[in-house]
Design a protein around this ligand. Structure first.
Ligand code: PLP
Length: 436
């Protein structure tokens, strides 16, 4: 069978049977999948037609160690042939979960030393909201239920995570968000203070923030913001949850982004980069203080657990992935290559008058498209055209086009080198010329 025949067959089956997540169902039905990938190596992916593309997004901000890592496949193989899975309910345990939990405790800031495992970011968010409410209930404050989150924040797609998400188009499937979720302005201390005054601290369980908003357009918390939030939360007996689902495991040039601000949250969420996407895994870390209070005050069974909480194979892959991040100094590489990426963005900013602000923190970054005459975005968005032209030329990027933004975002694998950054910038330049 010809290679192209296989491609056509797959496109057809894909249209008929595969409902794609966060995709235009109409577009997929009309045009078929944009790419059907068959293999990956380093920062590159190859599709059914043999086309090779540079992954400027590390897929969904998560393939931190790059593609084709045999060590991770071997870690999964070794664990699967020994003990693929056993549940962790009723106090049963397994070695990879125990070892990964203690490794995470070593890496996480401050006294975040205990982990509740999930299979991804959305589950981590819903778990955190439930733990925060449960914590206050155990302490005799069952009325402290509200979860405050930020506009443009993204926390996932379960009912709780959707409700905390502050990007309104994501609420379209639920018609409304769940009760007891309130949104404040992005990185605004005044808005947070005003919200606490209005809702009453005695009704608020937690405030959740991403140190760098990812899906909301790579918006980096300004220096001093998170430190002040920590104070406000302490003064008002509100738990601080930091969502490090994108920013964890080196993405921003530190192991966790809250280290940039010297802040330890009460709960810290992770997923994505913990296994570099080789297998689903996520979790919620809590401080010793919260852990101890939960132990001391709870009675009976903690009735929250996923079948796959503490999945042995996922945890074995997580351990090996962290070993790679440490042995190959990928956190430092993220910081250094992030500067290279920023230099590239700045050179494009000089060349194209419709590039507004450019920003990076480690290897997460964004360039804004603005009309130079008005300093506002154009009536017709430019970023999706840049992304399409880049894809044609062998570079994958994503775009953000809601909440007044017209932004191209970047998050390449942390193994990327200088030459590959230059290739990324050079393809991006060609794409910008094409839409000019
Ligand atoms: N939190 C943040 C900050 C995210 O970026 C995401 C996904 O992109 C999630 C939570 C949800 O994670 P998942 O898609 O693994 O459920």
């Amino acid at each position: 069978m010809m290679k192209t025949d296989v491609h056509e067959i797959l496109i057809d089956l894909d249209k008929k049977h595969f409902i794609h997540p966060t995709s235009s169902l109409k577009q997929q039905n009309e045009s078929g999948a944009t790419f059907i990938f068959t293999s990956g190596e380093g920062v590159y992916l190859t599709d059914t037609s043999g086309k090779r593309v540079l992954e400027g997004m590390a897929s969904l901000w998560n393939v931190n160690v790059g593609y084709g890592r045999k060590e991770l496949a071997e870690a999964a193989y070794d664990q699967m042939t020994k003990l693929a899975f056993t549940n962790s309910f009723s106090s049963m345990s397994n070695e990879p979960a125990i070892r990964l939990a203690s490794k995470l405790a070593e890496l996480a800031p401050g006294n975040l030393n205990a982990v509740f495992f999930t299979s991804g970011g959305s589950e981590s968010n819903d778990t955190a909201y439930k733990l925060a409410r449960y914590y206050w209930k155990l302490k005799g404050h069952a009325e402290k239920k509200k979860i405050i989150s930020q506009k443009k924040g993204y926390h996932g797609v379960n009912i709780g995570a959707t409700s905390a998400t502050g990007i309104s188009p994501f609420h379209s499937l639920t018609n409304s968000h769940a009760p007891d979720f309130v949104h404040v302005d992005t990185f605004s201390l005044d808005s947070l203070r005003e919200c606490i005054k209005r809702e009453g601290a005695n009704h608020i369980a937690a405030f959740i923030t991403e140190p760098v908003q990812g899906a909301g357009g790579v918006n980096i918390a300004p220096e001093g913001y998170l430190q002040e939030v920590r104070k406000i939360c302490d003064e008002n007996n509100i738990l601080l949850i930091v969502d490090e689902v994108i920013t964890g495991f080196g993405r921003t040039g530190k192991m966790f982004a809250c280290e940039h601000y010297g802040v330890t949250p009460d709960l810290m969420l992770f997923a994505k980069g913990v296994t570099s996407g080789y297998i689903p895994l996520g979790g919620v870390m809590v401080t010793d203080t919260i852990h101890q209070e939960l132990i001391d005050l709870s009675e009976g069974v903690l009735l929250h657990g996923y079948t796959y909480s503490g999945h042995a194979t996922a945890c074995a892959v997580g351990l090996k992935n962290i070993e790679i991040i440490e042995n190959e100094n990928l956190v430092e590489n993220s910081r250094i290559m992030g500067e290279e990426l920023l230099n590239g963005f700045k050179s494009l900013q000089m060349e194209f008058d419709f590039i507004g602000e450019v920003r990076t923190l480690g290897l997460i970054g964004a360039i804004e498209m603005v009309n130079p005459e008005t300093n506002e975005r154009f009536d017709t968005l430019i970023a999706p055209r840049v992304s399409a032209e880049a894809a044609k030329r062998g570079l994958i990027v994503r775009t953000v086009g809601f909440e007044g933004m017209d932004t191209v975002v970047f998050s390449p694998p942390l193994i990327i080198n200088k030459q590959e950054i230059h290739e990324l910038i050079s393809i991006l330049r060609e794409a910008l010329i094409a839409v000019q």
